[in-house]
Design a protein around this ligand. Sequence first.
Ligand SMILES: Cc1cc2nc3c(=O)[nH]c(=O)nc-3n(C[C@H](O)[C@H](O)[C@H](O)COP(=O)(O)O)c2cc1C
Length: 169
Amino acid sequence: MELIEGIMTRRSIRKFTDKKVPKEIIDELLHAAMQAPSAGNNQPWEFVVIDDRKILNKIPEFHPYSKMLNEAPLAILVCAHVKTEKYCDYWVQDCSAATQNLLLAAHAKGLGAVWLGIYPIQERVAGIQDLIDLPADVVPLSLNAIGYPAEKKEPAKRYKKEKVRYNKW
Ligand SMILES: Cc1cc2nc3c(=O)[nH]c(=O)nc-3n(C[C@H](O)[C@H](O)[C@H](O)COP(=O)(O)O)c2cc1C
């Protein structure tokens, strides 16, 4: 898939078949995520691949907008090792860039995916930290439900020319 086409056609997918995602494809998604830009090239990200059905099914107990995890075969958690942060709180931006790369790579591979917000909602941060034993200095930013899509969505049209200025407001 051509890059701009991928960017323009990606949508959040919340319905999945039960087909498993092969390990080689998961690895490709992780390579794409770690290719993201980061402040000072600090790469503060850490990833947790979650495919244990019992763990996936527990997440909607503390995350109200994550019911699709009951059928998604896989989720990838993007976290930051905040102790390694050299550049004052840029980790959110760094991990968001990694998350977007992950979502676009999933789309390019014919998978569906949706970004589930974790940080800065404290209940969700604590819920994930408890559930999968994250160390206290590893903060989860996004959980990404991934699988083969069982729904099809048209590309969104979001360009608004009034959102763009040149040189001065
Ligand atoms: C920071 C962030 C948090 C989000 N959290 C959720 C979520 O908790 N549950 C969910 O179903 N979708 C979530 N989404 C997906 C958005 O709802 C979705 O991206 C938006 O509606 C635009 O639709 P699209 O992704 O299909 O273009 C989140 C997206 C972002 C960027």
